[in-house]
Design a protein around this ligand. Structure first.
Ligand code: 5GP
Ligand code: ZN
Length: 119
């Protein structure tokens, strides 16, 4: 994927990002357009398009991503009041960047799970 993928380019250091945590296999950085007081994106350094391909292709790496998200939530002081961890996936999920990323959102009450119910 590499140069065609925005988040691979962030991993490569070709595009700047405000990194809050890095491990051998994962990177966490602040969203450029935050939707909450804390809005961090947590990604595997290796390219997977979405959480389905990551979860099926490398469950251990998916676990490392969750561990990084939890560590960032702790660092950001979110464990007491809670937070939301979200993977937008595909067209119906509203995914815009096709390098899997968890949105870690917190720092204020986040409201209903969906702005507008669709059920
Ligand atoms: P998606 O809609 O794919 O779930 O989320 C993509 C997220 O990436 C959006 O929240 C958007 O603000 C964020 N984003 C897009 N381009 C950049 C960028 O260049 N840097 C950072 N830090 N975030 C980005
Ligand atoms: Zn990528």
């Amino acid at each position: 994927m590499g140069s065609d993928c925005l988040f691979c380019r962030i991993v490569a250091g070709e595009i700047p990002a405000t990194v809050v945590r890095e491990t051998d296999s994962t990177l966490a950085f602040r969203d450029i357009d935050p939707k909450a007081p804390v809005h961090v994106l947590v990604i595997p350094k290796e390219h997977y398009a979405d959480v389905a391909t990551l979860g099926q292709g490398d469950p251990a790496l998916a676990g490392e991503l969750l561990a990084t998200a939890a560590a960032v939530a702790e660092d950001e002081g979110l464990l007491g009041d809670g937070f939301r961890l979200m993977f937008n996936t595909g067209a119906y999920g509203g995914q815009e960047v096709f390098h899997v990323h968890a949105h870690l959102l917190g720092g204020a009450p986040l409201g209903p799970m969906l702005a507008r119910g669709v059920a």
